[in-house]
Design a protein around this ligand. Structure first.
Ligand code: HEC
Ligand code: HEC
Length: 326
């Protein structure tokens, strides 16, 4: 009997030792670096169409994280709308400044980062979403916008702040949050005539609604968004400017707790202007104000087709909340 205890004791000590070693490794290794992605040298043609499209995407997908209201440019900021569990994370200066911004990044280095999350020197970029499924043309449009004469991206000499990731953020980037692979074929934006396919593309590939609107960043599946925990059922945690915790909402077609009883017009209002039937929507829900109505309608059509999830969030009121004890 005594011997058995001794063996269990030794086994436990060994496990503990391994855990401590792994923790030490994560702590010292920090955010990992990788081999930078290898893309052929390329020069994205900067056409007026691409600049317009790039602006449309960047205003909803990049500005919220990269815009510093004090500088009026995409000079980077402290990302204070993420829960403190991730540490203190800062977006970077992505103006055209040659040393402090991205003036010296080549087009293929930018595209490599957007696709994989790995920077030109190999350092993995935390928090910044990767655009694995985004159409090539949309990616080129973002590059064209970054190179354009738009006021937001004109060079500003402001140094990017180094990251102060928490142990959790370091552990996640050493385990589940990994670089994504370069696409193996050309990706196209679905035709506007196929509303559901276009909506699916917008929700999972261009505007990444699912990233915020599923259960938790930690259980999201970047390669197969539909396999994310609680896909589009809401509940992911955020922090507002005044320090309040808020949850993303359920945008599946569940009638009681989702948007199953919403009209198309109500949905368009909420997405473009932040006006939900339950009141104004707060940050970090982006205002997709320069999105075409047709795109918002395509997303509505697609969202009607996803599996309904019953998950009440605070705006559903006390009756619904009594059902969902989270
Ligand atoms: C959720 C917030 C977030 C969003 C959305 C976001 N970024 Fe970032 N981005 C970051 C953070 C944080 C970093 C810096 C990460 C680091 O240094 O590890 C970064 C880094 C970068 C860099 C590398 C700059 C450098 O010098 O290291 C580029 C380029 C960039 N972002 C462009 C974009 C573009 C273009 C978009 C929109 C298509 C975008 N980002 C959307 C958070 C975001
Ligand atoms: C950066 C995270 C984030 C992204 C990206 C995002 N949302 Fe949201 N969304 C939120 C949060 C948080 C709320 C809740 C706001 C509140 O409580 O005031 C919300 C609320 C909503 C609502 C209101 C639902 C209700 O029941 O009132 C709709 C509709 C919505 N989002 C749709 C979308 C769509 C469509 C997209 C993609 C085009 C999207 N969101 C992208 C975070 C996000």
């Amino acid at each position: 009997m005594k011997k058995a205890f001794k063996i269990i004791g030794i086994a436990l000590a060994a496990v503990l030792f391994l855990v401590v070693c792994a923790a030490g490794f994560v702590q010292v290794r920090g955010i990992p670096s990788y081999e930078p992605p290898k893309l052929p040298a390329q020069k994205v043609a900067i056409t007026p169409e691409r600049v317009v499209q790039g602006e449309k995407i960047a205003m909803s997908m990049c500005a919220d994280c990269h815009l510093d209201k004090k500088t009026g440019g995409l000079t980077g900021r402290h990302i204070d709308d993420l829960p403190a569990e991730f540490g203190k994370l800062y977006s970077a200066n992505i103006t055209q400044h040659p040393q402090m911004g991205i003036g010296q990044w080549t087009d293929e280095e930018l595209i490599g980062l957007f696709r994989t999350g790995i920077g030109r020197e190999g350092r993995y970029r935390v928090v910044m979403p990767t655009f694995v499924h985004m159409a090539d043309e949309d990616i080129y449009s973002i590059v064209a916008f970054l190179r354009s004469d738009n006021a937001l991206v004109q060079p500003q000499a402001i140094a990017s702040h180094p990251q102060e990731p928490s142990f959790l953020a370091k552990a996640l980037t050493n385990t589940v949050m990994k670089p994504t692979p370069l696409p193996s074929k050309v990706i196209k934006v679905p035709a506007a005539t196929d509303q559901v396919a276009l909506g699916h593309y917008l929700v999972t590939a261009r505007y990444l609604c699912y990233d915020c609107h599923s259960k938790d960043f930690k259980s999201n599946n970047v390669m197969e968004p539909e396999k994310s925990g609680g896909f589009l059922g809401g509940g992911n945690h955020f922090v507002t400017k005044d320090g309040q915790t808020i949850l993303s909402r359920n945008i599946t077609p569940d009638v009681e707790t989702g948007i199953g009883d919403w009209t198309e017009q109500q949905f368009v209002q909420a997405v473009k202007f932040g006006q939900s039937p339950s009141g104004p929507l707060r940050n970090p829900m982006p205002k997709f104000s320069i999105m075409d109505d047709a795109e918002a309608k395509a997303m509505y059509a697609y969202l009607k087709t996803v599996p309904a999830i019953k998950n009440a969030t605070p705006e559903d009121g006390s009756a619904a909340n009594a059902v969902a004890t989270r």
